[in-house]
Write a new protein. Structure first.
Length: 122
């Protein structure tokens, strides 16, 4: 798939993720990751396919960046309104993915308590 990766702020061609966990992992690693994952979760809950949801999150972020391109010196930051968009679900999903990754090293075939949260997206 070809998409704008909001975590690296670049357009790229990558293999489409096969499940929500992979998609969330692709959105992790940025200060605004919780907001990205929240948007992704909302789209998935509304029935949007995985690939389209990721592309939509990236596209929306790209449009946001152009809309708020600083016209002042670099010290000027985006409006704080954008940062407040993240919801608890974004943080919870990022935590679930991280715990699952750490748990794979510790548990052999055991399920983590947050596994049901991943199923609730689809």
């Amino acid at each position: 798939m070809y998409w704008y990766n909001p975590t690296t702020q670049t357009s790229e061609r990558v293999a489409a993720p096969s499940d929500d966990e992979e998609a969330i992992h692709m959105l992790a690693g940025h200060p605004s990751s919780a907001a990205f994952v929240s948007e992704y979760a909302e789209l998935r809950c509304s029935g949007t396919p995985i690939e389209r949801a990721l592309v939509s999150v990236g596209h929306q972020e790209r449009l946001w960046e152009h809309q708020y391109t600083p016209m002042r010196p670099a010290a000027h930051n985006r409006p704080s309104k954008r940062r407040s968009r993240s919801r608890a679900i974004g943080y919870e999903l990022l935590l679930a993915v991280r715990l699952r990754e750490e748990g794979k090293d510790r548990l052999q075939g055991g399920a983590l308590p947050d596994e049901g949260m991943m199923r609730n997206i689809t």
